[in-house]
Design a binder for this molecule. Structure first.
Ligand code: PMP
Length: 427
């Protein structure tokens, strides 16, 4: 594959942007090599500036659940944009979006739209702190909740990929208020709450950890956390920026039957436009300004074009059977990859939820952050490049979940597994 134009662009970008990118994992630092620059995308495919085509299992890191450039989404954007790009006064699409989210996710009685997942999680913990009068929060090792100061403590995603779990620039006085727990450890959570439960404003968790590859909750684990939070007056926040509207129409909270106090969303509800959202119990959300005293605002929040793209996407995923089909194709891909690895004698394991998956170069179950870290990342990196060379783009990090869309049909899955057979043979 020729990457001349991408290489030239990346070299120029590296003089102008830190690391050549506007978001760290895009730089291919952990897998090595030069990122390719996109020219356009359609369905399950990304096309780069050098004319190469890739089956895309990143999907812009989650939003593109209906495939890239879906005509319904593009139409909605085109129809909306001619009326103006931003108004600075309320618009009807914001109400339609709030109606859609509160209908699909019953735990969200009210919502506030923001512009990114980071803004959503920052705002949610401010609300939890303001509502409880407590300062401490709890997060889980390997979970990523955006780049807010309070969350850059034992975080996953790019911070983990780059080995920066505790970022410089975060005041210790603030970081000290963030307590961390090992994900899927029942007793550690109980012990922490026995010790300090009365001081903890919020517990925030990715119900399925998509930022340390893809780790699923053990049976009863989310229920256990729910019970602890209820018992100690702590606000339970499900960060469903990745899992929302993906692992079930109503997200992980629907899939596992656990009702959080607050939820955060992003990605899918913007259909590829910049969006975030937090929502939850009415009595809590009523404390947000101007209904209440806890301040949070945004010049472009509820942007009409973003609302239109998100609403069109939500429309598509409410087609009957959408998530069942996504689940089937995720299993078909993962089963195929596992069988190809087995035939090649490679230690390999996958984890899956509808529309998202983890790839691990190791044997055995992956249920904890330590299990995920025990994956052979050198092998992953070689596999990543062997696949890229064969026109398949997986996330450029051993610690990011992969994403499927409704545009990934049998043809793409079969081609991916065939490429994987060749790639595994090279390892
Ligand atoms: N929470 C989770 C679970 C995420 O996966 C991400 C981003 N991948 C965020 C929050 C932050 O969202 P954003 O990048 O839109 O700020």
């Amino acid at each position: 594959m020729n990457h001349t134009i991408s290489e030239r662009l990346f070299s120029r970008a590296s003089e102008l942007l830190p690391g050549g990118v506007n978001s760290p994992v895009r730089a291919f630092r952990s897998v090595g090599g030069t990122p390719f620059f996109a020219k356009r995308a359609e369905g399950a495919y990304l096309h780069d500036v050098d004319g190469n085509t890739y089956i895309d299992y990143v999907g812009s890191w989650g939003p593109m659940i209906a495939g890239h450039a879906h005509p319904n989404v593009l139409d909605a954007v085109a129809r909306t944009m001619v009326d103006g790009l931003s108004f600075g006064v309320p618009n009807a699409l914001e109400v339609a979006m709030a109606e859609a989210i509160t209908r699909i996710v019953p735990s969200c009685e009210m919502v506030r739209m923001v512009n990114s997942g980071t803004e959503a999680t920052l705002s949610a913990i401010r609300l939890a702190r303001g509502a409880t009068g407590r300062t401490r929060i709890v997060k889980f090792e390997g979970c990523y909740h955006g780049h807010g100061d309070s969350f850059l403590v034992k975080a996953g995603s790019g911070v983990m990929t780059l080995g920066l779990p505790n970022s410089p620039g975060v005041p210790a006085a603030l970081a000290d208020l963030t307590l961390t727990l090992p994900y899927n450890d029942f007793d550690a959570a109980t012990a922490l709450f026995d010790d300090m439960g009365a001081e903890i404003a919020a517990m925030i968790i990715e119900p399925i950890v998509g930022n340390a590859n893809c780790i699923l909750p053990r049976d009863g684990y989310l229920q256990h956390l729910r019970a602890l939070c209820t018992q100690h007056g702590t606000i339970l926040i499900f960060d469903e920026v990745m899992t929302g509207f993906r692992v079930a129409l109503g997200g992980a909270q629907q899939r596992y039957g656990v009702v959080p106090d607050l939820s955060t969303f992003g990605k899918i509800i913007g259909g590829g436009m910049p969006v975030g959202c937090y929502g939850g119990r009415r009595d809590l959300m009523q404390q947000i300004a101007p209904a209440g005293p806890i301040y949070q605002a945004g010049t472009l929040s509820g942007n009409p074009v973003a609302m239109a793209a998100g609403l069109a996407t939500l429309e598509l995923i409410q087609t009957p059977g959408f998530h069942d089909a996504l689940e089937r194709s995720t299993h078909a891909l993962c089963d195929g990859l596992e069988s190809a690895a087995r035939d090649a004698g490679i230690a390999f394991h996958t984890t899956r939820a509808p529309g998202m998956f983890g790839l691990y170069f190791r044997e055995g179950l992956v249920e904890t952050f330590d299990d995920a870290k025990a994956s052979d990342t050198t092998r992953f990196n070689r596999f990543f490049h062997a696949m890229l060379e064969r026109g398949v783009y997986f996330a450029p990090s051993a610690f990011e979940a992969g994403f499927m869309s409704s545009a990934h049909s049998d043809a793409e899955i079969t081609a991916t597994i065939a490429a994987a057979r060749e790639a595994f043979a090279l390892l």
